[in-house]
Design a protein around this ligand. Structure first.
Ligand SMILES: C[S@@+](CC[C@H](N)C(=O)[O-])C[C@H]1O[C@@H](n2cnc3c(N)ncnc32)[C@H](O)[C@@H]1O
Length: 228
């Protein structure tokens, strides 16, 4: 019999790759999962993941915007990563970088194991470092991304620093997403960005969960009145 998670996932994202669907169904079913650092399956903390609705929305946004290069801060069990990698499958030059200093220590490599399971053919890299260091290194390497998802440390100052660094890695017209907009710290950060930086908010169905900001293009700047 098909699990309720599998049916929900198929309804939300009918074109999910079969390997992705199998991995996500196991993950959302709440089964204990193996990690690269664990000999026995580990029961997941259900608070540390994006919902299927949010995951499907990330994937849809990436697909709609033909994203081939994506970056995320906060890897953990790999829920968001698996959704994002599925959106990259059709690009032969796909790149995804996930930053998390605690992937092996705290999360026992469960995210890495899920990525192994989905047979992703593109260039997936996990960076075992704090976001301030990893993002600064990527800036030095002149890397650029079309889609950046920030879901790491949720303190206001950490989010603003992550945003500041990610902004320097964003292609023109890139989408930058902050998760957990229900948190006061993230709301403050998103208000700061909207009022002070050259971003505009995208229409989004799950308004309490995600802030999606798109860098304004140079030609658009003159046409959009900025909040003071
Ligand atoms: C909410 S979890 C991410 C969940 C993941 N996006 C998902 O939906 O499956 C937040 C993650 O941020 C990581 N983290 C915390 N501080 C960080 C930092 N300074 N730099 C990078 N990652 C950090 C934690 O180890 C944790 O895995």
């Amino acid at each position: 019999m098909e699990s309720s998670s599998r049916i929900r996932l198929q309804t939300l994202a009918p074109s999910l790759d079969q390997n992705t669907l199998n991995a996500l169904a196991d993950m959302y079913d709440g089964k204990a999962l193996l990690g690269t650092m664990s000999e026995n399956p580990i029961t997941l903390d259900k608070g540390t993941r994006i919902s299927p609705e949010q995951g499907a929305m990330l994937r849809q946004l990436m697909t709609d915007n033909s994203v081939a290069r994506s970056l995320e801060v906060g890897f953990a069990y790999g829920f968001s990563t698996v959704w994002m990698l599925d959106a990259l499958r059709k690009h032969s030059d796909a790149v995804h970088i996930a930053i998390d200093p605690f992937e092996k220590s705290r999360w026992k490599g469960i995210g890495l194991k899920q990525v192994d399971k989905i047979s992703f053919k593109g260039d997936f890299r996990w960076v075992e470092d704090f976001s301030i260091h990893a993002l600064s290194d990527l800036i030095r390497q002149s890397e650029k991304f079309d889609f950046i998802y920030i879901d790491g440390n949720h303190r206001f100052d950490d989010v603003i620093v992550d945003f500041y660094l990610c902004d320097k890695l964003a292609h023109p017209k890139a989408l930058v997403i902050l998760d957990d907009l229900w948190m006061p710290s993230i709301r403050s950060a998103s208000n700061f960005i909207i009022n002070n930086r050259n971003y505009e908010v995208e229409a989004q169905p799950i308004s309490t969960c995600l802030y999606c900001g798109r860098l304004k293009t140079m030609s658009a700047i003159g046409n959009i009145s900025k909040a003071s």
